[in-house]
Design a protein around this ligand. Sequence first.
Ligand code: PLP
Ligand code: COI
Length: 364
Amino acid sequence: MTNATLDFWIEPNANPVSPDVREGLLADPGFGRVFTDHMVTVRYSIDKGWHDAVVGARQPIPMDPAASVLHYAQEIFEGMKAYKLADGGTALFRPEANAQRFRESAVRLAMPQLPEDVFLESVRLLVDIDRAWIPAGEGGALYLRPFMFASEVFLGVRPSHEYLYIVIASSVGAYFKGGAKAISIWVSQDYSRAAPGGTGAAKCGGNYAASLVAQAQAIEKGCDQVAFLDAAERRWVEELGGMNLFFVFDDGTMLTPPLGGTILPGITRDSILTLARDQGLTVREAPYSFADWRADAQSGRLVETFACGTAAVVTSVGTVRSAEGDFVIGSGSPGQMTERMRTALTSIQRGTAPDPHGWVKPVA
Ligand code: PLP
Ligand code: COI
């Protein structure tokens, strides 16, 4: 029994990974390769609504080859982290914001909205049962991946009548190999991630599928991540394949591209906007062109650029590469404002700084 509107049936894994093996896996987990013992599943059908909420052993999911998601990609997901606090407790960071974004993504993908209390309870129960999987090392966290897909066995093109909601958890360290000090970016001028009226503001698998050819090009050019420009004019810098961007100028002000339907409304982005303004800094949400990014980096007016997101936390951008040539930002290594914002954010997340906005939610 739980206090969500739906009761979860809890059936602990009868064959969990042994503590020895788990400790070995947690020593250097990387990102997205080490998974815990449990998962949450909740089903939805038009007739029954949300039902069959279970916390059970992590296992493969049987799929009919005609399941709608395999053909029309009706799928959404979230990404969030549970942290070990300095006092030994465990906490989630702004989980309500993920619950709300998950509902908004559902609306855009014509899916049923999972009640926020069910989302929050599902995540809380999984962290609770798998808390031994949070790596102790610096930057270690339990990355939670709630997702939902169309499970109806039907090939007609219309919103599915059945869905499966699942939460899995992965023990993670740094997203970039070796905890990169500064990453390099490939600016894609051929491919768009999201267009006006499209799904750019939703966290749906299709957005990432659409980004992969550009990400593959980035890797081919020796870069860590791809940056996308707006689809209409191919002029304005929008975001990376999996992170938002901030620009820092020599007068101490910052800028981040505005949300307008084509950019994912990052919770890290929102947290940094809030923390920067708390500190009395000037941050503008305004369009910034690729041409200005280059010119300002070359003139020295732009001193830092950083990427931010749940997986990447706050990561400095050192080099920018495109078909028109390369440029370096500042010294090419992390600058002061990037470090300041990373510290401000992570010390709240880890419980070593006051939490004036009530963002840190202990998992009982
Ligand atoms: N932009 C994209 C495309 C993303 O995939 C992510 C990661 O979730 C973000 C931005 C950052 O969002 P958040 O800070 O909520 O993790
Ligand atoms: C996240 O930060 O949660 C994402 O979904 C981005 C991806 C790079 C893992």
